[in-house]
Write a protein that binds this ligand. Structure first.
Ligand SMILES: [Zn+2]
Length: 102
């Protein structure tokens, strides 16, 4: 359990791929890189430890993203809208998202 009093804001969307695909830091407790997006913004969920944590870094999101290279390597930046349950598909040219039902 963490003792820091960080206000947790409910996440409204998450990327379609798990944090590991974007090289987000592993769980600091058990070390697994196989984590999930937490229900809270800026947090990651470790299913092994059953805990939300703030990763020491957010992988490729910490710097400028080489979008075309990332897309070529199979990284998707599509999102899931957790409120409307829609998939948001990124148009790599306009960088706008198009909504489709899941
Ligand atoms: Zn863990």
């Amino acid at each position: 359990m963490t003792t820091q009093s960080v206000e947790k804001i409910k996440r409204k969307w998450c990327y379609i791929m798990p944090p590991r695909a974007y090289e987000v830091a592993a769980c600091p407790t058990c070390g697994t890189p196989d984590t999930q997006w937490s229900e809270f913004e800026k947090h990651i969920w470790c299913d092994r430890c059953k805990v939300d944590f703030k990763p020491v870094h957010f992988g490729i999101f910490d710097g400028p993203i080489p979008l075309q290279s990332a897309l070529m390597m199979g990284v998707s930046f599509d999102r899931i809208d957790l409120v409307t349950n829609e998939r948001l598909i990124l148009d790599p040219d306009s960088l706008e998202y198009r909504r489709v039902p899941l």
